[in-house]
Every structure is written in structure tokens, then in C-alpha cells.
Design a protein around this ligand. Structure first.
Ligand code: SF4
Ligand SMILES: [Zn+2]
Length: 131
């Protein structure tokens, strides 16, 4: 359970002064996934909605939704990437929004966050546990 599970629905992810969220998951794997998601969302919002330190309300809402999904992910530490997931727990419209956001931010992550980008690429080889 992450530190914002109860507050996410009211869109109050706690933020540091540098614009980074203070969310912390109990698992390294989920923390890495969260950092990647947050970094990608910032790139997308910055370039499409002219934001700098914080996200616009629309992107914040999407990030909050992703936070809840991640927090409730049935795979926990063994989580595959969502693209390789046999469950696909996202609502259809949210899934499409994330797909569009990632298609834009994914290639840019290579330059802006090369380590996270590499780890995400490696996580792509993970197989979801049997369900
Ligand atoms: S889509 Fe799959 S891997 Fe992604 S959060 Fe949902 S259950 Fe977990
Ligand atoms: Zn935005």
C-alpha cells in the first residue's frame, strides 16, 4: 500500500517543492514503475500543456488513476509492464490515454531519464505470474 492510497481519489498526491511526488510504494519494483510513470507524464504535460513544475489537472487526474491501479496491482513485486499484462485493469479510456502519453514520452525518456528508460525496457522482459 502506498502513502497516498486513500487520498488519491481527491487528487492530493503529496508533492515536494521540486515538483516530484512524495509517493513511496513498499516494493522496489512498484517504486520504479511509479517513478517511470511520473517522469513520462511530466514530459508529456510539459510539451503539450506548457507546464513546468506541476502537472495540469487533466494529467494529474490520469497520474492519480495510474497511482491507484499500481497500488492495487495484483502482481506486486512481480509486476510485468502493463503493456505485457494479461489482466489489463485500466478502464478502456484511461488505457488509451496512457498509451497516447507513453507513445510520446517513451522515446524522450531515453534522453531525459536514460536509467529509468533502460530499467523499464528490461522490465518489459518480465512475464506475469500465472493467474
Ligand atoms: S494492467 Fe496489469 S500490471 Fe498494470 S497495474 Fe493493472 S494488473 Fe498491474
Ligand atoms: Zn497536462
Amino acid at each position: 500500500m502506498n502513502t497516498t492510497a486513500n487520498s488519491v481519489l481527491t487528487q492530493t498526491i503529496p508533492m515536494a517543492t521540486n515538483g516530484t511526488s512524495l509517493v513511496a510504494f513498499s516494493s522496489k519494483r512498484l517504486n520504479r514503475e511509479w517513478k517511470t510513470m511520473e517522469a513520462m507524464m511530466k514530459i508529456h504535460c510539459r510539451d503539450h500543456h506548457n507546464t513546468t513544475m506541476s502537472l495540469c489537472a487533466e494529467c494529474q487526474g490520469l497520474l492519480n488513476y495510474a497511482n491507484v491501479r499500481l497500488d492495487r496491482c495484483r502482481f506486486g513485486e512481480d509486476k510485468p509492464t502493463c503493456a505485457k499484462c494479461p489482466v489489463h485493469c485500466y478502464q478502456k479510456t484511461r488505457r488509451e490515454q496512457i498509451r497516447v502519453m507513453m507513445r510520446y514520452a517513451g522515446p524522450r525518456m531515453l534522453w531525459e531519464h536514460p536509467i529509468l528508460s533502460l530499467r523499464h525496457w528490461l522490465d518489459g522482459f518480465r512475464k506475469a505470474p500465472e493467474i
